[in-house]
Design a protein around this ligand. Structure first.
Ligand SMILES: Nc1nc2c(ncn2[C@@H]2O[C@H](COP(=O)(O)OP(=O)(O)O)[C@@H](O)[C@H]2O)c(=O)[nH]1
Ligand SMILES: [Mg+2]
Length: 342
């Protein structure tokens, strides 16, 4: 730690002589204060007084202060974790294979679902993440989602300096007649995006009355969610003030009632899409019981699925492969990677 870091550390952890965090604190018996070992030794070579009170010393003995040393070590470890997680927070979401250099690292697999009525923009949001704004693919290929579509991403920063975070995103059909095939996605997901079309208040009502309830009923106990108000571009330009006020008040009420953030997105313009994913992922990683489950699932998963040779393509992986030429344009840094994740 640099001396700049000492500005916010507890006063007792700083040596009165060196003004730095102590590594080997010793207690000078007579004045009752602790000092860095080498500093007090050096001081006593030329002084016969306490460095703090300046009073003459009758007893120049000192002893190790083990309690203080443990407290300082704990503090430094905590600080290190915070610093490394801040570095982690700069992550971007990549739609490609995990880099070859990370093949042997432990993986944590987070499962996310896009939930909401048809036509709210779920598929477009997911496609935006895959392709960015670079291609017309985002808007021209939109068709009704029939079965759950799976897409696989990873984060380009290691979590806790060691884990590769992989993301499995399920794009669930909004039509209720297809819902029965989606129960396992409700059951398994760690986080859900509750998607509304902000120009259509009925889609917010469907979140309140149906999608959120289904998630509570069928999903994990600690599942995290975010309310997404999509199509904010039309909302801003084409909806009248009165409608906007009613929609926003109702959305904010629902979100605060269930303690979830709101995210306003435009899949057309690309507004806030990386941000909404990042927010949900961070909430999941900060949720201790979810993180524990993810670690437990992933340790089995790492053993069975992560191998250096590619896994034989399933239908969902074929979806990924079909758009690989575009994804390579978007994630040019991913060239030369070799391991598929599922
Ligand atoms: N203006 C605008 N149109 C959008 C936006 N998101 C999606 N759409 C359009 O809304 C329609 C339905 O989108 P889609 O992703 O298929 O919805 P899904 O049924 O929820 O998967 C498509 O025509 C999209 O191009 C958006 O943010 N703004
Ligand atoms: Mg769809």
């Amino acid at each position: 730690m640099t001396s700049q870091d000492t500005l916010s550390v507890p006063h007792d952890f700083i040596c009165p002589i060196t003004r730095e965090i102590m590594q080997n604190p010793v207690l000078l018996i007579e004045d009752g204060h602790s000092y860095e070992l080498y500093a007090i030794e050096h001081w006593l070579q030329s002084h016969n007084s306490s460095p703090i009170t300046n009073k003459p010393l009758d007893d120049r003995r000192f002893v190790n202060n083990f309690n203080l040393k443990n407290a300082i070590q704990e503090y430094c470890t905590r600080q290190k974790t915070i610093l490394s997680s801040n570095q982690f927070l700069t992550f971007n979401i990549r739609y490609s294979r995990v880099p070859i250099a990370w093949n042997n690292k432990p993986k944590l697999n987070i499962r996310l679902s896009l939930l909401g009525s048809s036509n709210t923009g779920k598929t477009t949001l997911s496609r935006y993440l895959q392709c960015g704004l670079q291609s017309n693919f985002v808007h021209t290929n939109s068709s009704v989602t029939i079965g759950p579509d799976l897409h696989f991403f990873y984060l380009d920063q290691l979590y806790d300096d060691q884990y590769v975070i992989t993301i499995q995103l399920s794009d669930i059909p909004g039509m209720e007649r297809f819902e029965s095939c989606c129960d396992s996605h409700f059951r398994n997901c760690h986080g859900a995006f509750l998607i509304t079309d902000s120009t259509d208040i009925d889609t917010l009502e469907r979140i309140e009355l149906h999608w959120y309830k289904q998630l509570q009923l069928k999903g994990k106990e600690h599942v995290e969610s975010i309310l997404v108000c999509n199509k904010i571009d039309i909302f801003e330009d084409n909806c009248d003030d009165n409608y906007r006020k009613i929609f926003l008040e109702r959305a904010e009420y629902f979100a605060s009632l269930h303690d979830m953030p709101i995210c306003h997105t435009s899949a057309l313009r690309g507004d806030n899409i990386q941000f909404m994913f990042k927010q949900l992922i961070i909430r999941i990683l900060q949720n201790e019981s979810l993180l524990q489950q993810i670690k437990e699932n992933s340790s089995m998963y790492n053993k069975s699925l992560f191998r250096s040779e590619p896994i034989s393509p399933t239908s969902s992986i074929q979806v990924l492969l079909k758009s690989s030429s575009r994804q390579n344009d978007y994630n040019s840094s991913s060239s030369g990677d070799c391991c598929l994740f599922a």
